[in-house]
Ligand binder design. Structure first.
Ligand code: SF4
Length: 320
């Protein structure tokens, strides 16, 4: 049985890890861009970013002064048992957020949208966000935190099915150009694209695609995987590099997630996960032990299930 103290400890630790340690996959992606970048200023910024990551890790301090909006994604195994119930779980996540804000420290960014008051701890009405999902056949709990920065770089458009792939590319470029040219997306970014669903689902899918998949990960649908690579290349060919300077390092990777949608439309969202791509995950086993990693592994076959039945992860693992 997993207790609230263990949940709070795991959530607190990933808050620290996310703020300070840049995920290795993102770092590798940036390193790979340095050699390809031909724009002088853009190349300079990339190198400065790598130095900055190193200093943050050595000094155990956040890599960007803006520590974004801390939030959680939680995946609960069917056989996981926790003693405090779901409200106890959420209380532990909120307590961890407040403690981490004080201890790391994180910038207390969260304020009331109208009255601008705050509790100095990144906790408030509907904050931090907690999104839940489930997993068959397992007894663990995964908690992922992301400190999503940036007030810019996210957009939504209702496309028609007839707009097709060209319409997708056009909106993708419109969004990158609109935010990227002033450095507002703090690129190079992991760009997430949500396609389909209802409007809210489309936004969720795009954000999850940006924040919860590692650089280099491809969608299991080969045609979507191809489109991911095509959009990445397109994004890097518009003449913009790091922080909006002339160059070619705009997109570290592009991830697409889809959801079945209304037959008359093809909603699309675009999300940029900035150069402070902060994420960390804790897996709490049934015996209360905790293991940490930086890849959220959010999109399991169950998450992408297409109809009433779904493929078993165990069977897929065995056949791999
Ligand atoms: S968008 Fe990202 S890198 Fe830019 S200031 Fe915000 S958190 Fe920092």
């Amino acid at each position: 049985m997993i207790d609230n103290a263990t949940i709070e400890e795991a959530a607190y630790e990933i808050m620290k890890k996310a703020a300070i340690d840049i995920p290795e996959d993102y770092l590798e992606g940036i390193r790979g861009m340095v050699d390809l970048e031909t724009g002088d200023l853009s190349a300079f910024v990339l190198k400065a970013m790598l130095d900055n990551y190193e200093t943050a890790t050595e000094d155990r301090r956040p890599m960007c002064a803006d520590t974004g909006l801390p939030r959680y994604w939680v995946k609960v195994g069917d056989a996981a048992r926790f003693s405090g119930g779901f409200t106890g779980f959420e209380r532990a996540l909120r307590a961890a957020t407040a403690r981490a804000t004080h201890d790391v420290p994180l910038r207390p960014n969260r304020v009331h949208p109208l009255w601008r008051n705050e509790h100095n701890n990144n906790v408030g009405i509907n904050a931090p966000e907690v999104e839940w999902s489930f997993e068959p056949d397992v007894d663990w709990i995964d908690i992922t935190t992301v400190h999503k920065g940036g007030l810019f770089g996210t957009d939504y458009r209702m496309l028609f099915p007839g707009d097709g792939i060209d319409g997708i590319k056009r909106f993708f470029l419109d969004t990158l150009i609109a935010f990227g040219k002033r450095g507002l997306a703090c690129q190079p970014a992991i760009v997430g694209v949500g396609l389909g669903g209802s409007k809210d689902t489309c936004m969720q899918l795009g954000k999850q695609a940006a924040c919860l998949r590692a650089v280099g990960d491809r969608n299991p649908d080969p045609k979507i995987a191809e489109l991911e690579l095509e959009l990445k290349e397109l994004g890097n060919s518009i003449g913009m590099g790091a922080m909006g300077f002339v160059g070619s390092s705009m997109v570290v990777d592009c991830h697409i997630e889809v959801g079945f949608t209304h037959t008359g439309g093809m909603p699309m969202s675009v999300h940029t996960f900035c150069l402070s791509s902060r994420r960390a995950t804790a897996r709490i086993a049934a015996d209360g032990s905790i293991a940490y990693r930086s890849d959220p592994q959010w999109f399991t076959p169950y998450m992408r299930r297409e109809t009433i039945e779904w493929p078993s992860q165990r069977a897929l693992d065995k056949s791999a």
